[in-house]
Write a protein that binds this ligand. Sequence first.
Ligand code: BGC
Length: 347
Amino acid sequence: MAVTKKLYGTLPDGREVYSYILDNGNGLSVAVINYGGIVTNIYVKDKDGNTRDVVLGRASLEEYLKNDGYIGAAIGRHANRIAGGKFTLSGKEYNVGINENGNSLHGGVAGFDQKLWYVTEIEDENAVVLTYTSEDGEEGFPGKLVTAMKYSVTDDNAFRIDYRAVCDKETVCNLTNHSYFNLNGHESGSIYDQTLSINSGFYTPNDAEGMPTGEVLSVEGTPFDFRAAKPIGRDINADHEQLKLFGGYDHNYAINGRGFRFAAEARSEESGIAMSVYTDQPGMQLYTSNGLPEGVKKGDKEYKPHDAFCLETQVFPNAMAHSHYPSPILGKGRTYRHVTEYRFEVL
Ligand code: BGC
């Protein structure tokens, strides 16, 4: 049990970035940096008792400053896309940072993935709390939003993120983490043989820009059906318009049920590592790293598309445009709460 802190690098403006290693003393340790709230490493034991690092990453702060691909990063104020970067809240139109095809992605031009977070260590809980205050109007979003994310490792091998945010005006808030998982280890190549099950019978199809159309479709009889576990690669290259558009899965699932519940489980027979995701969020983006930028590596080997999968727990993308989606609106003075756990197990 420990939280270890060490200098990780220095930002161009001289501010220091630290790495915090949370170790549960039972085979799980997670390293995070306070730049972008980035999860740089998740070390777990495989079936032979060897340690594997199951998230993709970059080799240094200089590399993370490329801000491409949101590798391991905290995402805010609004995960995924907002069409045209526009939404109307209590009759007033807001225009937020545009950074992809005229749309806003993952919080705009400089989202939470590019902020230096203030860290408080909670030694006896194997936790760190990262806080960041986003000023009124940052990236065009209304209100001063104070955000806290508690990253912890539990005795039973879960990496848990507790998100809280409060705003002094009505606003929108949709936070997530953008870790790229590979249960054979970050440098082990394709995830096609790793199996996935998702607690969902419905997904939201996208237009060509990756924007949900408003439809919520049954997965029945489609490559999107992960109700029973299947290898991620089984249908990823199927002749289905929604997969062809994005070169793989890049879709939001409506997770069954409410409250904190099971959302997904991934397993690798090869390593014997299983990871299940629990969340209280209505949606989860399955993204199979289709557009992974070139040249990303933490060790010697550059990653390729489909070397990882992301399971981003969230409110549905572009929900302000679709009133039948769960709402990302956060009332003035109300508390945004979100808990997601990634639980690791040896098969
Ligand atoms: C989005 C992808 C995007 C990726 C960026 C995912 O959450 O759904 O469309 O390319 O993030 O890394």
